[in-house]
Design a protein around this ligand. Structure first.
Ligand code: NAP
Length: 243
């Protein structure tokens, strides 16, 4: 098990939901935290305050992770304020429902950009620092939708399946450099995203309820601590997809 005290973790989309829970859980293990978000200044500032109350350093960085200039600016700020991130959690995402009868090319492109291109851009931006440290942990949020299709639409399922291919490539390529790369694929979890998806219901989940953000964050912490797990997908879905 690794000692995480003083390591720098960049968590995208950490102002609320799953990202916020992962940021706080990593702070609880001793990491300093960069809290990325897109628009909700107050929520991000509150997460930073909570991290500081845990005795760790924290900075909030507003950046749209689907835009490469924003990603590079974000990573530059984190390096200056906290140091090079050796832990990256690609969590930022959108889940906007579109049926196959109404989805447009723009809907597709918007979701692929925020859910998938963002992970590629952010990994590329932090990799030089991780490679110099010869230690890194990359975790990206996929979804059970990658495996079963789900309720949001083809754009979302494809973006989350793309995360798995991205994870496999980087895991294979970086294994010899002390950098592990894994994915977490949740089923429905109680957050604003899930609340906004009217077709999601606990009846769809064999255990009969949505997951909690803590049930996701504890696995993220385990993946950061463990250096022998790489290239894997962790299904946390109440039995919605059986692997
Ligand atoms: P959420 O409650 O909607 O929170 C989304 C977070 O992402 C917010 O912090 C938001 O920032 C940020 N964000 C969105 N677009 C961004 C962008 N372009 N650049 C930077 N930040 C951006 O979502 P969640 O339910 O916690 O989901 C987190 C991840 O888990 C997502 O990738 C999602 O697809 C995945 N997931 C969720 C579920 C579920 O049931 N909840 C299931 C499977 C997978 P602001 O607050 O500033 O808007």
């Amino acid at each position: 098990m690794e000692d995480l005290i003083g390591k720098v973790a960049l968590v995208t989309g950490a102002s609320r939901g799953i990202g916020r829970a992962i940021a706080l859980a990593l702070a609880g293990t001793g990491a300093n935290i960069a809290v990325n978000y897109r628009s909700r200044d107050n929520e991000a500032t509150e997460v930073v305050s909570q991290v500081r109350r845990l005795g760790r350093l924290a900075v909030a960085v507003k950046a749209d992770v689907s835009v490469s200039a924003d990603v590079n600016r974000m990573v530059g700020i984190v390096e200056k304020e906290l140091g090079s991130p050796s832990i990256l959690v690609n969590n930022a995402g959108i889940g906007v429902m579109h049926s196959i009868d109404t989805i447009t090319e723009k809907d597709w492109n918007d979701t692929i950009a925020v859910n998938l291109t963002s992970a590629f851009l952010t990994i590329q931006a932090v990799l030089p620092g991780m490679r110099a440290l010869k230690w890194g942990r990359i975790i990206s949020l996929s979804s059970a939708a990658a495996q079963i299709g789900g309720v949001v639409g083809p754009h979302y399922a494809a973006s989350k399946a793309g995360i798995l291919g991205l994870t496999h490539y980087y895991a294979a390529y970086l294994a010899k450099e002390g950098i592990t790369v894994n994915a977490i694929a949740p089923g429905p979890v109680s957050t604003e995203m899930a609340a906004g998806l009217s077709q999601l219901s606990p009846d769809l989940v064999p255990v009969g309820r949505f997951g909690t953000v803590e049930e996701i964050s504890e696995v993220a912490v385990m993946l950061v601590r463990n250096g022998y797990i790489t290239g894997q997908t962790f299904n946390i879905n109440g039995g919605r997809y059986l692997s």
